[in-house]
Every structure is written in structure tokens, then in C-alpha cells.
Ligand binder design. Structure first.
Ligand SMILES: *Cc1c(COP(=O)(O)O)cnc(C)c1O
Length: 385
């Protein structure tokens, strides 16, 4: 018996090394890694610039605590807020922590309690972020939860409006519901959220933990919709696998997070920030992001064309390199078959295969993956007839 709590349903094999888009298990079987550690290793495995940033900083200093000035944090913060409506950054270690910071800040700044989030959303596993999450299965057995979260139906602005009142501090949303099935709202939904938040002076918090840092072909996914959030949260792709999270907020929020109001021991260490800086140096280049957008469009088109005649496939959707294939049935066994064929993917909800290649993926690798997916669906189609 393993000495680990069985909190995860793990695969039987281990990935022992990786390079770019490829990973290798203990039998040296090679896989195309379209999980990227769940949208984390966006520059692929062991990217040379990230490795060298890690090595270099690890020989200077790792950790000092936030008792001291940390220049790497200052530089990284500047890079994150540049050309955005956001001005200030708080560093932490994970997505859930970034969302905790956002929830605390919204309450403190507004003096109000209620935060509206959406059904099927995912915001993390700590008490605040779990209470914010709109999926019952995540919360079973943990009540009472943090009160005053209201879960509004996704993509329904009329309902959202009805849920707003004079005690509403913030609306918090993912631009795409990542864990909830790679689901996007309509343009009008995002426009309406922004308008309602502006009108009623409600803070707009966007959870970009999965969609941020280039995943959708923009630095942040809210940019696709011309939104101007008050707060955004980041984590997954921010450190390419080195744990780091961040909450970005507008200048007006500064005083609500004064000295002593919030904190963390590890958040924003020189080592984490140096690694993250090297990630952003690559991803936050216009040409790099354009390329992600182009590769994402090509890949989606390729999948749509390959799978259009498959009755098993309901919809193929996504933006940039966050793509979901919604099927007519649970996808667990399909994902296993893809794995046998050397392609690693992740489920999103019951019925969606989520494809998250590194942003550095090549067109050849995308072709190869699309080929494996096509083969499998054709096979399943014939077998089930
Ligand atoms: C993964 C995820 C989180 C939680 O991040 P952790 O680092 O696991 O705490 C929060 N929000 C979204 C949208 C996520 O995808």
C-alpha cells in the first residue's frame, strides 16, 4: 500500500523525463504531452531559458521572505501589468491562493460580502476558493462553507443582473470554464458583465489561472473581449512548473491591502520570480503570441475537419491552445486509448477531452496529435456500429 493519501486517481505509469512537447515513461515510451501538467508547462519541458534562469538564480539566493525588498518581484510585477488596466501585484504560490487574495481584497475594499460566481466554475480547493467554485462534487462533506457566494447560471446575463444587489462586492469568472468543460460565453455575455459591474460599482474579478499567460493566444484571455477587470488571478502557466501565483489589481485597491492585511511566507521568492521572468520573456512577445493564436486556429480547424463526420463528437471548441472536444459519452476510456497511442490529454468535466499542448508545440506535433485523435475516433465509430 502506498503511504500517500489517495486524493488523486493516478495513472499506473510515471513520466521520468521530458523535453519540449515530449515526455518519456519508465519504459522509455514516448508521448506527446498535450496535458502540459494541466496548462502549466507552457514552454514545454526543460525549456533551456527557464532551466538557465533557475540555475543562475539558485546559485545567488532562493528565499529571503517578504521582510525584504525583492527586486525580482518588482521587475516581474512591472512585466505583468504592462499595457493592462491593472497596476499592482501580490505574489503567492498557487491558483487557489491567488483567488483567496482576490476574495479577501474585494471584501476589504468594498466593505461588502456577496460575491457572484458561476455554475460549473472552478476556482480552487481552499475554503474561500472552494466556496466560490460552482460544482457541488468539489464541496461535498466540507460544509459549512464560506457564506455569501452566489452561483449564477453561466452565459445568462439576465440572471446575473437579478443576483446583483447593494451587498454585492464582486463578480468572479473564468473567461473559459476550463475544468467545467472548456466552455466559453457569448460576446454579449462578457459585454453585459462588464456593463453591469461598471453601472453598479461591482468589482470584476477574472480568474485567469488556466487561461492566462498566453494559453489562448493573448497574454490574458480577457483581452479577447475588451474587458477591463479590476482584479485578475494567475498561476498555472506563470512559472512553467515552478510554483508561483499572482493577483493583479487596479491602483484604487492599493490601500485595502496595506501592511499586515495579507501575506505569505513563500510568495514571490527571488527564485520563483526569476524563473517566472524567464517564462514571460519568451511568452509576452507579440510574435510568440501571434504564433500561438495561429497554431491554435490551425489545430482546431484540423480537428474539426478530421472529426466532422464522427457522430461521437458533439463540438470542438476553444481558443489558442486550450481546446476541448465534447463527446456524446464520458471520455475516460477514449483518453486511455489516446494514451496507448502516445498522446496525453486531460478530461474537462465528464464528456470533454481537453488538449493543452505547450505553446511552443510545432505544427508537425499538432499534425501528429490530430492524426492520433482522428484514428481513434474512426476506430470507435466502426466498433460501435
Ligand atoms: C487550476 C485552477 C485553479 C486552482 O489552482 P491551484 O494552483 O490548483 O490552486 C483555480 N482556478 C482555475 C480557473 C483553475 O484552472
Amino acid at each position: 500500500m502506498s503511504a500517500l493519501f489517495p486524493t488523486y486517481k493516478r495513472k499506473e505509469f510515471q513520466l521520468q523525463k521530458g523535453s519540449g512537447t515530449y515526455v518519456y515513461d519508465e519504459n522509455n515510451k514516448r508521448y506527446l504531452d498535450f496535458t502540459s501538467g494541466i496548462a502549466v508547462t507552457s514552454l514545454g519541458h526543460c525549456h533551456p531559458e527557464v532551466v538557465s534562469a533557475l540555475k543562475e538564480q539558485s546559485e545567488k539566493i532562493w528565499h529571503t521572505s517578504n521582510l525584504f525588498k525583492i527586486e525580482q518581484q518588482e521587475i516581474l510585477a512591472e512585466t505583468l501589468v504592462k499595457e493592462t488596466p491593472l497596476d499592482l501585484v501580490f505574489f503567492c504560490n498557487s491558483g487557489a491562493e491567488a483567488n483567496e487574495a482576490a476574495i479577501k481584497l474585494a471584501k476589504k475594499y468594498t466593505g461588502k460580502n456577496k460575491i457572484i460566481t458561476f455554475k460549473d466554475s472552478f476556482h480552487g480547493r481552499t475554503f474561500g476558493s472552494m466556496s466560490a467554485t460552482g460544482q457541488q462534487k468539489i464541496k461535498d462533506g466540507y460544509g459549512p462553507l464560506v457564506p455569501e457566494f452566489v452561483h449564477s447560471p453561466w452565459n445568462e446575463s439576465e440572471q446575473l443582473k437579478k443576483n446583483m444587489d447593494d451587498q454585492t462586492a464582486a463578480v468572479m469568472l473564468e473567461i473559459f470554464q476550463g475544468e467545467g468543460g472548456v466552455r466559453m460565453g457569448d460576446d454579449s455575455f462578457y459585454n453585459e458583465i462588464q456593463k453591469l459591474c461598471d453601472e453598479h460599482e461591482i468589482l470584476l474579478i477574472i480568474d485567469e489561472v488556466q487561461t492566462g499567460i498566453g494559453r489562448t493566444g493573448k497574454r490574458y484571455a480577457y483581452e479577447h473581449f475588451g474587458l477591463h477587470p479590476d482584479i485578475i488571478t494567475l498561476a498555472k502557466g506563470l512559472g512553467n512548473g515552478f510554483p508561483i501565483g499572482a493577483m493583479l489589481g487596479k491602483e484604487k485597491l492599493r490601500d485595502a491591502f496595506g501592511p499586515g492585511s495579507h501575506g505569505t511566507t513563500f510568495g514571490g521568492s527571488p527564485l520563483a520570480c526569476a524563473v517566472s521572468q524567464s517564462v514571460l520573456n519568451v511568452i509576452f512577445q507579440e510574435n510568440f503570441l501571434k504564433d500561438v493564436e495561429r497554431k491554435g486556429n490551425d489545430f482546431k480547424d484540423m480537428l474539426i475537419e478530421s472529426l466532422q463526420s464522427c457522430s461521437l463528437v458533439k463540438e470542438i471548441r476553444g481558443k489558442g491552445l486550450l481546446i476541448g472536444i465534447e463527446c456524446e459519452r464520458p471520455v475516460g476510456s477514449l483518453i486511455e486509448k489516446l494514451e496507448e497511442q502516445g498522446l496525453l490529454t486531460v478530461p474537462a468535466g465528464e464528456n470533454v477531452i481537453r488538449l493543452l499542448p505547450p505553446l511552443t508545440v510545432s505544427s508537425e506535433e499538432l499534425n501528429a496529435a490530430a492524426g492520433i485523435v482522428k484514428q481513434l475516433f474512426i476506430q470507435f465509430q466502426t466498433v460501435s456500429k
